[in-house]
Design a protein around this ligand. Structure first.
Ligand code: FES
Length: 117
């Protein structure tokens, strides 16, 4: 299936309002991240060896913005010292739920992020 056909099947590639291209994502080294705005939310995209993961940067405790720590490969919340693992699951601290996972699509050499369905 060619790239135009894939773009038809996934509206993000056509520039939909909630699907956002992650500029320069393909050049990220494994373990590195980019933060971008998707709709009204900050989203962190992390490059893994096998692809990309994306999570809302909004902590599920009281809404502070978490940061990706490339050394520990965890998301850290500065407000109440919460720690989330690389899959967004709570490791420690008060958050009641994991970070919200976003949908990531790689189309050719471009990477797109969209909110969960
Ligand atoms: S807002 Fe993140 S731990 Fe409280």
């Amino acid at each position: 299936m060619g790239i135009p056909a894939m773009m038809y099947l996934w509206p993000a590639a056509r520039g939909g309002s909630t699907n956002v291209e992650v500029e320069g994502a393909i050049d990220l080294k494994p373990g590195r991240s980019k933060t971008l705005q998707v709709g009204s939310k900050a989203v962190i995209v992390v490059r893994e060896r096998s692809g990309f993961l994306a999570f809302s940067a909004v902590c599920t405790h009281l809404g502070c913005l978490v940061k990706w720590d490339a050394d520990s490969k965890k998301f850290l919340c500065p407000c109440h010292a919460a720690v989330f693992d690389g899959n967004g699951k709570v490791v420690s601290g008060p958050p009641p739920a994991p970070l919200e996972a976003y949908v990531v699509k790689e189309i050719g050499d471009k990477v797109y992020v969209a909110p969960p369905a």
